[in-house]
Design a protein around this ligand. Sequence first.
Ligand SMILES: [Fe+2]
Ligand SMILES: [Fe+2]
Length: 281
Amino acid sequence: MFSPDEFSLLIEDLSLLPSISPSSRRLINRMDDPDVALSEIASLIEEDPGLASRLLKVANSPFYPYSGKVGSVREALIRLGLSSARAIILATSLFDQVRKEPKVFDLWAHSLAVSVTCRRVAAQLRFPLVDEAGVAGLLHDIGKIPYYMYAPELIHRMDRDPSPDLPDYVREKDVFGLSHVEVGARLVTAWRFPLIIRQPIRWHHDPRSAPGEERQMVLLVSLSDQIAQGFGLGHSEVLTDDGTFLKVAAELDLSESSLLYLMKEILRDRDMIRERSGVIL
Ligand SMILES: [Fe+2]
Ligand SMILES: [Fe+2]
């Protein structure tokens, strides 16, 4: 078993991005410069053909409900926005490390599903931060990846033996010293994401305790997580207490008819997500 201190040290290590290629690291550092030119970022991405083709695939996938195909990295960056592109690069770098793990593909498909659902819910609520909602959804369970990297036998044991009455984050705390919401929050803090992304990662399983101005975003991600799970786009994650879904929907002011409309849309997204997630990772 890990102590919180031991696992924290591993996470700190990971936060320095040693696991991503030097060119991706340079790219992320350049993307953090607020004055950087889009053309410079596009050229850096083009130096890595794998990364360039992945960003094009994401930009051309129905995750982004715009018409027309983009053909260049520059156009892809315009469509995605620099902050979503940065999140996609970081998330896929980490997922790539453990892609051979059988459960990880489900986690990736789930993360994409929550990302798409977050964007849909944000649009429905006329929430102004649609791109940020998509990023928060994509990264919400990123804290699970270090378990597969550093303690595969422990996480396999947990995966093999789900405990229907105990949420994952409670069991993780016993086994690893830190739950995936804590690990995820540390990662995205070290990766210098803003609070609007960090808070939903930290609080998505306990949205009603979320503090501060980011509460709406926390509720939105938590609701989307539960919707994705309900539509069979989960990964074996045992979620929050019964009744949370309706309470969260009520606090977000989502009427029954809005919820029904959303459900229909998301049902339509489902097959596409299952089909496309393998193409991207
Ligand atoms: Fe989670
Ligand atoms: Fe989740």
